[in-house]
Design a protein around this ligand. Structure first.
Ligand SMILES: [Zn+2]
Length: 458
């Protein structure tokens, strides 16, 4: 079997791995690159029509974002994933296509105004998404699937977001059977809504993420204390709290946490705006898949009904713009989580320059994104074509991350008793290399940090 690394190699985004053996080609993830130098427009380094299956570890766009392009370019196999991922990815891909359509329309108009006859094309349209949906095949965690020619597979719970899985593949390496595990994104233990990542004991090879391979998260309790402090101090100063939030996963976690804080009297009754149609829809998908939720997370439906918070899901642009008139006392959650596009841009424009306001980051900020520039302490940033001063207080609270930290990644890997060979991916280069050193020292495993395009015989 050959394993080729086509993305998320020495970087965080664009997950895509190609497996080929016995005339069968399989793909694991088909993600979009995000941030600086992102390149998604070129043709795939394989023939999409020759891929028989795509296995999708979870719905996040850096793992799924190029699926409609794959189908547009000729793929007609199966896209196999969990039921919740299939439901989540559908709304995410429509959202992604919609953003691209709007974006390219705007760019084309702008070029026309400058007297240039240049037409910008989206990577894919909502029609392309529509065409991709029938290819999805839904599997439950632990349900073994057979592909013939000695291939079988299973998804196990990765505890990252609803439906997220690690993908396990067995293949015949005559005469022996071998096993490769793709970690997918590994969740943090103790997430309030979904289960902890499942640990495995046997594999010959592991392809594993390393997003936080060199960092430790603060504990949940400490992070909640920080959040309480940030909100209280901001409201006292007469400002708003803007939280750039990933629509899928983080929004639902934070709503659950904020609701609990108000219910327990640690925070005052307050208005929370979820200004993201995508987050709204994703929350509905969460609620429709209670079989994936932790028992007490069924209370999520009570949160959404307005158990303790004054919760506002805004849909229309007018409702979204109305939030801009609120001067203080609001918590505004909007995407995108890395501030690249989405409605959060408007809220940054209206609140970032006000010293009484706060921006609270709770997710990973990739290099080259607006979110990263703000976190790194830029004094001015460009938002929606305008230069805006960064006067608001900036908080980075990483204990709510949907990713395992260094200790948890090591813990997950150390549960393999079979001494697998490890390929470290999905981390910035220096982070992946730091993590590699640690894996060698602590676990004594053979490791690689592949470059994009590298191929291995396994
Ligand atoms: Zn993810």
């Amino acid at each position: 079997m050959k394993l080729r690394f086509l993305g998320a190699a020495r970087q965080v985004t664009g997950s895509c791995y190609l497996l080929s053996a016995n005339g069968v080609q399989l793909l694991v993830d088909c993600g979009m690159q995000q941030g600086e130098g992102a390149e998604n427009g070129g043709s795939f380094p394989f023939r999409p029509s020759e891929i028989s299956c795509l296995f999708l570890t979870h719905a996040h766009i850096d793992h799924s974002g190029l699926i409609p392009k794959l189908v547009k370019d000729g793929f007609n196999g199966q896209i196999i994933t969990t039921g919740a991922t299939a439901d989540l990815v559908e709304i995410m891909l429509y959202d992604s296509a919609h953003i691209q359509e709007k974006d390219t329309e705007w760019k084309t108009k702008k070029a026309l105004r400058q007297g240039k006859e240049q037409v910008f094309e989206p990577l894919y349209t909502t029609k392309d998404v529509e065409a991709a949906i029938p290819f999805f095949v839904k599997k439950r965690y632990g349900e073994t699937g057979h592909l013939g020619k000695g291939f079988k597979y299973v998804f196990v719970d990765a505890g990252h977001i609803l439906g997220s899985g690690s993908f396990v593949l067995w293949y015949q390496d005559s005469p022996a059977e071998k096993k490769i595990v793709f970690s997918g994104d590994i969740g943090k233990e103790g997430n309030p809504i979904i289960a902890d990542p499942e640990h495995m004991t046997a594999a010959d090879y592991v392809v594993m993420e390393s997003t936080y391979g060199n960092r430790m998260h603060k504990g949940m309790k400490e992070s909640i204390d920080e959040l309480v402090e940030a909100i209280k101090v901001t409201f006292k100063r007469g400002g708003n709290v803007v939280m750039p939030t990933f629509a899928v996963g983080r929004t639902q976690d934070l709503l659950y946490i904020l609701n609990g804080l108000v219910r327990d009297g640690r925070l005052p009754l307050m208005d929370v705006y979820v200004d993201s149609p995508l987050a709204n829809e994703a929350t509905r998908v969460y609620l429709s898949h209670s079989e994936y939720l932790e028992e007490d997370a069924e209370k999520l439906s009570a949160v959404v009904r307005g158990d303790a918070l004054r919760l506002h899901f805004t849909a229309s642009v007018e409702e979204s713009q109305a939030i801009n008139r609120i001067r203080s006392g609001a918590v505004i959650m909007a995407g995108s989580g890395m501030c690249e596009g989405g409605r959060v841009a408007h809220h940054l424009k209206h609140n970032l320059w006000r010293s009484e306001c706060s921006i609270v980051f709770t997710g990973f900020q990739a290099r080259g994104t607006l979110g990263r520039r703000i976190v790194d302490g830029a004094s001015h940033v460009h938002v929606l074509g305008e230069e805006i001063a960064v006067k608001a207080r900036v908080y980075t609270i990483n204990g709510f991350s949907a990713h395992a930290d260094q200790k948890e990644l090591l813990g997950w890997l150390s549960s393999f008793e079979s001494k697998p060979e490890v390929f470290i991916v999905h981390g910035e280069e220096n982070v992946a290399l730091d993590f590699e050193k640690l894996v060698q020292e602590r676990l004594g495993l053979k490791t690689h940090v592949p470059h994009k395009g590298d191929e291995f015989d396994i």
